[in-house]
Design a protein around this ligand. Structure first.
Ligand code: DX5
Ligand code: ZN
Length: 231
């Protein structure tokens, strides 16, 4: 099943609570919360207090994407804020295995996020300690950027690696995931879509309409791919 996760950094912070309620009711599967420290990436976004303030308004999983240096120092802060899943950047810590193990020991799903240039070999010795991979399909830090075409191949390589090694690990794609890029990332193996300004936060349609159009589009893509595979 392909899951849809709104990227709340793209939301209007002035009406965030209402946005979460409407997106939940519109049928999204999880919420993607980008946390940035102005150090690992040249931007700042939401912190634990904002995450805590919207926690009561949905039961859907909070997927916290830590674009911060030394994420191991901040795990408890975001767990207390209500995270259900935390992804940390392989490039941001010397202790990736210990950090993932800690996230899992605290009962959350553990994810590794990879910048576009980072090879998937980085996962070789943590593949048994990870629940999902966040493939950055743009350079992390800002919404509204262009998809990096080589990331289609990266998704495909990840899927082949997991299938070969027999691991069931979710592949999440994050950045410019819209109607032009969804067919390719789904075909290559991605099953968690982080949806921001490219597909969900658009001024010309309601959240309800945007989510329903996305779901329909994804369903059609998958049946079209099934037909091709059956030929
Ligand atoms: C990048 C951000 C964005 C955002 C999605 O660090 O993570 O990718 O979630 O926004 P769009 O759809 O505008 O790329
Ligand atoms: Zn993200």
């Amino acid at each position: 099943m392909t899951l849809i996760g709104p990227s709340l950094m793209c939301a209007d912070m002035g009406v965030l609570k209402e946005t979460v309620i409407r997106l939940d009711q519109a049928g999204v599967d999880f919420f993607h919360l980008d946390v940035m420290d102005g150090n690992f990436v040249p931007n700042f976004t939401m912190g634990p207090d904002l995450i805590k303030s919207i926690r009561p308004y949905t039961n859907k999983p909070f997927d916290v994407h830590l674009m911060v240096k030394n994420p191991e120092n901040h795990l408890d802060t975001f767990i207390e804020a209500g995270a259900n899943m935390i992804s940390v950047h392989a490039e941001a810590t010397e202790h990736l295995q210990r950090t993932l193990q800690t996230i899992r020991n605290k009962g959350l799903k553990a994810g590794v996020a990879l910048n576009p240039s980072t090879p998937i070999e980085e996962l070789k010795y943590v593949i048994d300690t990870v629940d999902y991979i966040t493939v950055m399909t743009v350079n992390p830090g800002f919404a509204g950027q262009k998809f990096i075409p080589l990331m289609y191949q990266k998704v495909k390589d990840l899927k082949q690696l997991f299938d070969k090694e027999g691991y069931k690990i979710d592949i999440q794609v994050d950045g410019n995931i819209g109607y032009e890029t969804i067919p390719g990332v789904i075909e290559n193996g991605a099953n968690m879509l982080v949806c921001g300004t490219s597909s969900l936060f658009k001024s010309d349609i309601s959240f309800e309409e945007a989510v329903s159009q996305l779901k329909k589009f994804i369903k059609n893509q998958k049946s079209a791919q099934l037909e091709i595979n059956l030929k």
